[in-house]
Design a protein around this ligand. Sequence first.
Ligand code: UD1
Length: 418
Amino acid sequence: MDKFMIEGGERLFGSIRAQSAKNSVLPLLAASVLTDRVVTIREIPPISDVTCMAQILRELGAEVRLNDGAAVIDSSNAGEHRISSALTKELRSSVFMLGSLLTRFHRAVTAYPGGCDIGLRPIDLHLNALKRLGVNISERDGYIFCECDRLRGAEIVLDFPSVGATENILLAAVKAEGRTVLSGAAKEPEIVDLQNFLNRMGARVRGAGGDTIVIEGVKTLGGVDYTPVKDRIEAGTYLIACAVCGGEVEVEGVKPENVGLLLHKLRENGCKIHTKNDKIRIASYGRLKCNRRIETMPFPGFPTDLQAQATALNATAEGGTLVVENLFETRFKYVPELIKMGADIEVRGRTAFVRGVPRLNGATVTAGDLRGGAALLLAALGAEGTTELLDLSHIDRGYSDPEGKLRELGAHIRRVRI
Ligand code: UD1
């Protein structure tokens, strides 16, 4: 397991182009088996979640070539509809395969999905919606068995705007007979991207980005050559890195409105933000002021995937911050590691109270999940002294070459292969 050695205290200067969004690429890869034609997805980030999803597609019998940054998927010979438990446990996004496999084969078998250890991640919303579309579902020995004679369009209401359930419904309804009307849909930019991708394959989906999505089932879907939306969470992480360390950084590729609340919070911290088209420039000098409150919400609210990084920033800002995590139960597991670095943070259930200290100190800490790991990385970049950040496997799930990008900006960071 690799580790980072980080010498903190360097200001960051320069520019970064955001990678394609992990949370878009994964459902697009799942969508690639909806058709037996060739699908090309460009600018694929070399992150381990993508490698794992490609492996799932291969297990189903698809040919997946990762070529020059593009994934070329030919699933014309795919015939398998069962996803092995080893891969499902590694990648929660494998749950999207249910929708795609039901559309393609009318059958799907998968183990209960895995993913980050950030609390209970039920899939009841996914399964109830699939039932509405005419799928019979049974569960045995930790596996979910889904089958149907045909998929029928239906009216579906989501009690909570689950990103994954919304995507699964799109994938299952795209060729269903008749019309599906989904209310209470998630509004994340990655849902809009999936809609655009499906429509480029010949689907008829409209309304993504809003509360109600209408899917008119089509008979056939063709191939597509597509470049996904850029990663607002990766971009946000580097913006926060600059805020923590000081300096001036430009992040290219992400529309400012897709990180709107983060930019508002960074301005509250005292950072200067300039935006132009898909370029966001941040300048940060001197000690930052704390945010009084950060509360995670579904899009366009403050993203849960930036909560840990924002907490790391507030750990050395002036004043106190109340952080409320509304999406996942146990998303503060990184806090004890920040405390090892000198942070003053108290966690009670879904809230954390952060009292800003003047600086953090280098320490040996372990990344226990993807975004918590990113938070420790940011804390280390701003800290005095050397930090040894252990277990990079989680960070590698979602960030491509973080050490290379940060070194370009002037950080002292190196990966040590153990
Ligand atoms: C996606 C993102 C993840 C992000 C999350 C919230 C991907 C690959 N992952 O995850 O990075 O943190 O959105 O923005 O896109 N829930 C249920 N029942 C369900 C489904 C969800 O109760 O059937 C609950 C979850 O437990 C959680 C909340 O809904 O509390 C949000 O989950 P959801 O939006 O589904 O997140 P994911 O799609 O798993």
